[in-house]
Design a binder for this molecule. Structure first.
Ligand code: AMP
Ligand code: GLY
Length: 429
C-alpha cells in the first residue's frame, strides 16, 4: 500500500518509523517531512494547504492512504476533500475536527450530552465576557476559541489579569482564534493524556501518557508544545480509564455520529483527574507531540493495519492495538531561545552513538546544511527509550542524550518526575 504522510515534526518521524515496519507498506511519501523521516520515506515538496495539489499527487503516485499528522490541515478540511475524491484518509473531517478547532464547540457538545468538564460561558464580545466573569471564582481560565498553537489559554489569578486577558484576546492578540472566548472554572487535579482510535463507530484505547508543558525543570517557566513525555501514566488506572471511555470519549464519538459528522482518526483527550472524577480539559484531533513518540515505541501492532482500518471504517473487525507493558519516555532537546525565538543552525552530532544503546532519536526540527545536521526549529530532537518501568526508560533516554553534541540546545533534567515519585511511593509536589 502506498502512503502519503503529512507533517514535519517528531510526531511524524515516529509515525513514519512505525509505518515503515509494516510488511504491507509499499512506497511511503512524506510532505514536507524532515531529515529523520527521510530514512523511511521519500520527501516531497507539497503544501498541505493546497488541496488540489495534494489530490493530484495522490493520483499520480497511486496513494492508497493519506495520514494527516498536524491539526491545521484537518481544521482546514483537507480530509473532506480527499474523501470526496475517494481516498482513504486517517484524520477527521472539518466539522468533527472542531473538537480541537473550537473550544466552544467542544464545551457545547459536552453540555448537551452531560460530559464532565469545567463549567463555562462562551462570549463573542468584550462586554459579554466581562459580564460573565463574576460567575467564576479565582483563578479563572480564559481561552481563545480557535487554534492558537497552545498559546490561547490564560489562567488569571486576579480580576485584573482576567480583564487583561480579555483585552488581549478581543484586541486581536490571538488573531482570529480570539474573536470568541470561553471562560471556565479552574479545575484542580493531575493532568493526563488519553488516546483512542475511532472510525466513528468503534472506539479502541491506544494508551495514556503524561506531557511536560513548561520549559523548565520542576514545571517552571513558560508553556511549550511539550518538553517530554512518558507512557503509560499509571495515575490513569484501568478503572479510571473505563470511566473516561464511558463518560467522556464514547458519548463524544456517539454525539458526532448522531449529528451526521462522525469522527474518524485518533482522538486525544486532555483530562484532569479531579476529586469528583475525570473531567475533560480539551480534545485534540491528532496525536500529541511528543506523546505520539512514546506511544509508537510501545506499540507492538502493525500501525499501517490500524490506521488503514480506521480510515476504511473497519476498526471493529480489526485486531485491537497491542501495547508493550514496558514504559517509554522521551525528552525533547530544544534550541536555545525556545519557546521564544529559537537559535537556528546549531550543529548536531553523535546521534549514531546515542542510538547504539537502543534509544531512538526522532527528528523534530532539524535540517541538513552541506551534509551536516543542524537545528532548524524550537523543538529539535526527541530522545526516546523504553525500559521495564519509567525510571529505567528515563535512565536510558538520559544516557543517550548525554552522547549527543548539540551546543546550542538544552533539555529538561526531570522528565517523568511525577511518575517516578509516585512509583517510589512519594506524593508528587
Ligand atoms: P488546553 O490548551 O485547553 O489544554 O489548556 C492548556 C493547559 O491549561 C492545560 O494543559 C491545563 O494545564 C490548563 N488548563 C486548561 N483549562 C483548565 C481548567 N479549566 N482548569 C485548570 N487548568 C486548565
Ligand atoms: N504535547 C501536547 C500536544 O501535542 O498538544
Amino acid at each position: 500500500m502506498n502512503v502519503l504522510l503529512l507533517g514535519s515534526g517528531g510526531r511524524e518521524h515516529a509515525l513514519a518509523w512505525k509505518l515503515a515496519q509494516s510488511p504491507r507498506l509499499g512506497k511511503l511519501f512524506a510532505a514536507p517531512g524532515n531529515p529523520g523521516i527521510a530514512d523511511h520515506a521519500r520527501l516531497v515538496d507539497l503544501d498541505a494547504a493546497d488541496h488540489r495539489a495534494v489530490v493530484d499527487f495522490c493520483r499520480r503516485e497511486a496513494i492508497e492512504l493519506i495520514v494527516i499528522g498536524p491539526e491545521a490541515p484537518l481544521v482546514d478540511g483537507l480530509a473532506d476533500n480527499l474523501r470526496t475524491m475517494g481516498y482513504a484518509v486517517f484524520g477527521p473531517n472539518k466539522v468533527p475536527a472542531q473538537l480541537e478547532g473550537s473550544k466552544g464547540f467542544t464545551k457545547d457538545l459536552c453540555a448537551r450530552h452531560g460530559i464532565p468538564t469545567a463549567r463555562y460561558v462562551r462570549a463573542s464580545d468584550r462586554l459579554a465576557a466581562e459580564a460573565a466573569l463574576p460567575e467564576f471564582s479565582l483563578p479563572v481560565v480564559i481561552k481563545a476559541d480557535g487554534l492558537a498553537a497552545g498559546k490561547g489559554v490564560i489562567i488569571a489569578e486576579t480580576e485584573r489579569e482576567a480583564l487583561g486577558a480579555l483585552d488581549a484576546m478581543f484586541e486581536g492578540g490571538f488573531g482570529g482564534a480570539g474573536a470568541s472566548v470561553v471562560i471556565e472554572e479552574y479545575m484542580t487535579g493531575e493532568e493526563v493524556s488519553f488516546f483512542v482510535l475511532t472510525d466513528g463507530k468503534a472506539v479502541v484505547a491506544l494508551g495514556s501518557a503524561q506531557d511536560h508543558k513548561r520549559v523548565g525543570d520542576g514545571d517552571t517557566g513558560p508553556n511549550t508544545g511539550g518538553m517530554g513525555a512518558y507512557s503509560p501514566a499509571s495515575i490513569l488506572t484501568p478503572d479510571l480509564e473505563a470511566r473516561v471511555l464511558d463518560e467522556i470519549v464514547r458519548p463524544t464519538v456517539a454525539a458526532l455520529a448522531e449529528r451526521g459528522s462522525p469522527y474518524s482518526g485518533v482522538l486525544f483527550a486532555g483530562l484532569m483527574l479531579t476529586e469528583s472524577g475525570p473531567k475533560l480539559i480539551e480534545y485534540n484531533a491528532r496525536f500529541g507531540d511528543p506523546e505520539c513518540q512514546v506511544l509508537m515505541m510501545r506499540l507492538d501492532s502493525d500501525l499501517l493495519e490500524l490506521l488503514d482500518a480506521v480510515a476504511r471504517g473497519r476498526l471493529a473487525e480489526s485486531e485491537a492495538p497491542r501495547l508493550r507493558k514496558e514504559a517509554a519516555l522521551t525528552l525533547v532537546m530544544a534550541a536555545n531561545g525556545y519557546p521564544g525565538v529559537p537559535e537556528k543552525g546549531g550543529a548536531i552530532t553523535g546521534l549514531e552513538v546515542a542510538e547504539a544503546s537502543g534509544a531512538k532519536i526522532f527528528h523534530a526540527g532539524t535540517a541538513l546544511q552541506d551534509g551536516r545536521l543542524v537545528a532548524n526549529g524550537g523543538r529539535v530532537l526527541n530522545v526516546t527509550a523504553v525500559g521495564r518501568e519509567v525510571a529505567a526508560a528515563r535512565a536510558a533516554a538520559y544516557a543517550a542524550a548525554a552522547q549527543i553534541d548539540f551546543d546550542t540546545g538544552f533539555y529538561r533534567g526531570d522528565i517523568g518526575w511525577r511518575e517516578i515519585e509516585r512509583l517510589e511511593g512519594k506524593s508528587p509536589g
